[in-house]
Design a protein around this ligand. Sequence first.
Ligand SMILES: Cc1cc2nc3c(=O)[nH]c(=O)nc-3n(C[C@H](O)[C@H](O)[C@H](O)COP(=O)(O)O)c2cc1C
Ligand code: SF4
Length: 504
Amino acid sequence: MRIWVPMDSAARALGAEDVVAAIRAEAARRGVTVDIARNGSRGMIWLEPLVEVETDAGRIGYGPMDAGGVAAIFDGGPSLGLVEDLDWMKRQTRLTFQRCGVIDPLSLPEYEAHGGLAGLRRAIGMDQDAIIDEVKLSGLRGRGGAGFPTGIKWDTVRLARADRKYIVCNADEGDSGTFADRMIMEGDPFCLIEGMAIAGIGCGAVQGYIYTRSEYPDAVAVMRRAIAIARKAGVIGPDVMGSGRAFELEVRVGAGAYVCGEETSLLNSLEGKRGVVRAKPPLPALEGAFGRPTVVNNVISLATVPVIFEKGAACYADFGLGRSKGTIPLQIAGNVARGGLFETAFGMSLGEIVQDLAGGTATGRPVKAVQVGGPLGAYLGVDQFDTPFGYEEFSGQDALIGHAGLVVFDDTADMPGMARFAMEFCAMESCGKCTPCRIGAMRGVETLDRIAAGDGAAVALLTDLCETMTDGSLCALGGLTPYPVMSALRLFPEEFGAMKGAAE
Ligand SMILES: Cc1cc2nc3c(=O)[nH]c(=O)nc-3n(C[C@H](O)[C@H](O)[C@H](O)COP(=O)(O)O)c2cc1C
Ligand code: SF4
């Protein structure tokens, strides 16, 4: 009897290790031999720990499981049915996450048996410019927030002249309500390694770094073990899969600052310096890590590269909407009935995601607003629910998709309080390099306190301050904090004691 229990940290936080111990004890009591395999999460967090039993028909799910419920697994008690047939699974287009939750994350043979390494194998037979062209053709854009075309970034690094180049994976994942990077690192780490190796070969970089956060100890442990396995198997190292080309990889762990997710601040932190933002130019693609040309890409951008090379750029670009090509792993969180990760082609409407997929709020109250794209993302109201999920479609609403995290709020949300929190967060996380952010965020908190105390005239001051922060900040921390603040004001002016239209 083969039973899968996720080793993903969300499942572990919800009791997966107790479930493993209970399954062993129950099997021993019944004299049944069980083979407990560990997988990543399927992304249905409300069903975690989701236990799966292998049968001839496929894997049958039981969840959310707890130690007291394991007898049902042995008795053939009520189950969720075939996991692949669950509505949440069937409706997805799983490309980047095709193996996550399916395989043992640390089994290279299972990785290969499910399509792994096919992309790298193809890439090592290609010239550097053909590799870059493939990425350009796929239409892949950065999944870390800015949506910059990945192929163009790679080309800049490829064409730069230097004795050394680097591939840096941004795995800081600081946005509220996001966990896609963590899920890949814990559930399909070879996929990230493969994507980084392709990037290294394409750009002529022989060293890669995965920069992640100390709050992700499980991801760090899994990634380090996967790197050791990949190195031993010759997937990375001095001779990548017999290509004669070298690529080495190392995990570095940050000390914990939101701004260290910003690429130049990340590079300083990676080099052992204080995580303060660097002025651009020079671009990291020309002068990045240790002053050398560097690709900085998000985990999901890099982990999507293998499937592009496996299935072909045209196939990937066939999914999506307009200039938002391919798929996006939505991360649905906050006050929702069903939270989790859902990978789909760009273009699904915000309303379908929130009301249909997520099932509305957990409290059963009406949805008031959704913050999309982390702490710097705008709030969108129910009357914006027709907006298709895409880069341009969201910027048309003065919003951003960021790392595709959605945090849902019901009608009890205190929007001036949320606006104050955005300013407070910026003040706390500011690297201090520029005045509009360092001082502006503090003044923002004070101004929102004046508004809360009934000083309606301070609304104009807040609007003015937000303009200064947008126009004058050196990086997007100060530059985008006005998004949540102004969108809250625009959507719910009466809560700020302002007349509708005051924020326009
Ligand atoms: C304050 C701030 C925090 C950021 N945090 C992250 C992060 O946690 N992860 C990430 O991939 N990008 C983050 N970014 C975006 C990066 O600066 C950069 O655009 C990204 O890593 C580039 O990779 P991509 O092109 O693959 O998206 C952040 C940006 C800012 C301004
Ligand atoms: S906007 Fe804020 S975080 Fe960014 S450089 Fe200026 S002070 Fe630093």
